[in-house]
Write a protein that binds this ligand. Structure first.
Ligand code: PEP
Ligand code: MG
Length: 649
């Protein structure tokens, strides 16, 4: 028997992929191999047990080998553990959800249709009418708990078929998402482990129904991951649940379709969609969206608007009601939704949709217009983007640059933080696409409400008043510095501008500037090409608005984030659909704050943009321009109309 202590150098420790690879390597040897961490130990040939051991980078562990090839095995495993890159991976997180195809529902005759609409929060304007799809993760239940002894063999077969089918489908899904194969491998490994499929088989042999056994084992295994200290490993519980769900759906003979696979145009009904659901959905086939959660300035609304998808959010109906709906008509500007509308209502909507289409076609004449008000004020109308995939829509809509590139999605869409080079590539492509027009890239703006893998957020009672935006970035140079370096490198192009969110105080701006100067110095000494971009800040807290005169001399531009500014000035949660009527950007308090910011910008001779949702609201555009706003930045789908409004002012 041989034993040796090792310091683990694998990046981020033995999480899914490295654990899987380590176990694979261990299985090449016939000797028994154990890993000890503190008082706990695991079989090195079981990826799941290794993951549950929670070995982190720089942990000291003990490796024990016992058997014929122990002298070869130990150095090979030690070498693996000394390689930081053994843990490098960029993979995507798949959220499980079930789609109930309404076309497959009972074909009873449509009822006459409701005369009145249900009113929710108008979140993205436009009319839509079509087939409904309820996208609601539904808790799965086994139809029975136990089986008869003579059914065991058949049940084991059923499990094997369901299990193999689930793994095959998951592999296909991940392949079509063009993400790393690592995750498939890691999930397959978890699924095939003794802890999962082995344990399920044992229970079947002991007389359990296959679905009941799978649900139980999956939940127990997920709970073991949830109990772990490490945030990353805790989130593996979702993967276990994902595998469990896929297997159980097959055992119950149910279908699980993701929004990525929508094969025909439909209106999605959901409690809410995450940014990732949205990023992966087949948006071309989503013609409308109705959610029971969300508000006009929630990120879901922002995404719907950026894609030009009519949406009503915060609809006051029970989720279960959505399951029974077959057709939907919605008016995203008013927030009205008709479930299973009458034939007359559908005909009326067909007219609205056609008129909308021709109105949009007529707006095309404004595509290349650089709008100037009648009294000679030139207003930039730029795009708010969250992903490179939105560039074409923005250019098509005649965007005069990018007024806000939200970098959150780049960080949320991965299991590890994107590194400097990856970010540099993305920012450069954005700058290139709009050159020579300016692109304003916002530094990471997340908090505990939008968790990002790799950043451990504290549990906070009020995450919107918590550790977020620039506060978090200044505390986490390991996150902020690579982003700043990437931005400085992309600035060589000449049209990149950097914008810092959630600023409260001059000191925060100075600290950001000092970090930028340090990054520039480091890049110079490394001989890496870079340039200093213009630096702006978002004005979205009352503190920033009230001290705009002190902040203005420090920066090159302001951009007013009216979504947050309204929430903080009015003390109204922007996410709470129940308070929608109190959430008023046109309230005198918010308008006074905007006026103060414009006045400070004018005195300091810097530009002042609005990149919150108010910038696209037809009734707000004249107000904002009169207050002194020089740029409006909005979802691409609103740009043409905004150009028209400005030109006619
Ligand atoms: C805002 O607060 O107005 C803004 C544009 O930022 P976000 O909506 O991303 O918080
Ligand atoms: Mg904001």
């Amino acid at each position: 028997m041989l034993e040796t202590a090792v310091i683990v150098k694998v990046d981020e420790g033995l999480h899914a992929r490295p654990a899987t690879q380590f176990a694979k390597l261990a299985k090449e040897f016939s000797c028994s191999l154990q890993v000890f961490r503190g008082t706990a130990s695991a079989d090195a040939k079981s990826a799941v047990k290794l993951m549950l051991l929670g070995v982190k980078q720089d942990d000291q562990i003990l490796l024990r080998a016992d058997g014929l090839d122990e002298t070869v095995a130990l150095p090979r495993l030690m070498q693996f553990l000394s390689e930081p890159s053994a843990g490098v991976m960029v993979v995507h997180k798949e959220k499980e959800a079930e789609v109930i195809r309404l076309s497959e529902k009972a074909t009873a005759a449509l009822p006459a249709g409701p005369a009145t609409a249900v009113r929710g929060v108008p979140a993205s304007e436009g009319f839509a009418c079509g087939d409904a799809i309820a996208y609601l993760p539904e808790a799965l239940r086994a139809t029975r708990q136990f089986i008869e002894p003579h059914e065991v063999a058949e049940e084991l077969d059923r499990f094997a078929t369901a299990f193999n089918g689930a793994i095959a489908v998951m592999s296909q899904q991940f392949a079509s998402m063009q993400c790393h194969k690592d995750i498939v491998e890691a999930l397959a490994d978890v699924a095939q482990s003794d802890e999962f499929s082995g344990a399920v088989k044992q229970r079947i042999v002991a007389g359990w129904d296959a679905a009941a056994a799978t649900l139980q084992v999956g939940e127990e295994l997920a709970a073991s991951f949830l109990a772990m200290e490490d945030e990353y490993l805790r989130s593996r519980a979702d993967d276990i649940r994902g595998v469990t769900r896929q297997v159980v759906l097959r055992l119950l003979d149910r279908e699980d379709v993701s929004l990525a696979c929508l094969s025909k145009p439909c209106i999605v009904l959901a409690a809410e969609l995450t940014a990732l659901d949205f990023a992966r959905a087949n948006l071309a086939n989503i013609v409308g969206l109705v959610c029971t959660k969300g508000s006009a300035t929630s990120h879901l609304a922002i995404m719907a608007r950026s894609q030009g998808i009519p949406a009503v959010l915060g609809l006051p109906v029970a989720e279960d009601e959505l399951r029974a709906v077959r057709r939907v008509a919605l008016d995203g500007a008013r927030g009205d939704v008709w479930f299973d509308p009458s034939a007359e209502r559908e005909a009326e909507f067909a007219v609205h949709i056609a008129q909308d289409k021709s109105r949009r076609a007529a707006l095309q004449v404004f595509r290349d217009v650089e709008p100037v008000t009648r009294d000679g004020r030139r207003i930039e109308v730029a795009a708010n983007l969250g992903a490179l995939s939105e560039i074409d829509a923005a250019i098509e809509a005649g965007a005069m640059g990018v007024g806000l590139f939200r970098t959150e999605l780049l960080f949320m869409d991965q299991r590890v933080l994107p590194d400097e080079d990856e970010q540099f590539g993305i920012y450069s492509r954005l700058a290139e696409a709009f050159y020579p027009r300016p692109v304003v890239i916002r530094t990471l703006d997340v908090g505990g409400d939008k968790p990002v893998p790799g950043i451990e957020f504290p549990k906070e009672d009020n995450p919107f008043l918590g550790w977020r935006g620039v506060r978090m970035c200044l505390d986490r140079p390991d996150v902020f510095v690579p982003q700043l370096r990437a931005l400085l490198r992309a600035s060589v192009k000449g049209n990149v501008q950097v914008m810092v969110p959630m600023v409260d105080d001059v000191d925060e701006v100075r600290r950001v500037k000092a970090l930028i100067a340090q990054c520039a110095q480091a890049l110079s000494s490394e001989g890496v090409a870079h340039a200093l971009p213009k630096l702006g800040i978002m004005i979205e807290t009352p503190a920033a608005a009230l001290t705009a005169d002190l902040l203005a001399p420090e920066v090159d531009f302001f951009s007013i984030g009216t979504n947050d500014l309204t929430q903080y000035v009015m003390a109204v949660d922007r996410m709470n659909p129940g308070l929608a009527s109190l959430y008023r950007t046109d309230h005198p308090a918010v308008l006074r704050a905007i006026g103060m910011v414009c006045e400070a910008a004018r005195k300091a001779n810097i530009g002042v943009a609005v990149c919150g949702e108010a910038a696209a609201r037809p009734e707000m555009i004249p107000v904002l321009i009169n207050l002194g706003v020089t740029e409006l930045s909005m979802s691409p789908s609103s740009i043409l109309r905004a150009k028209q409004i400005v030109s006619e002012l």
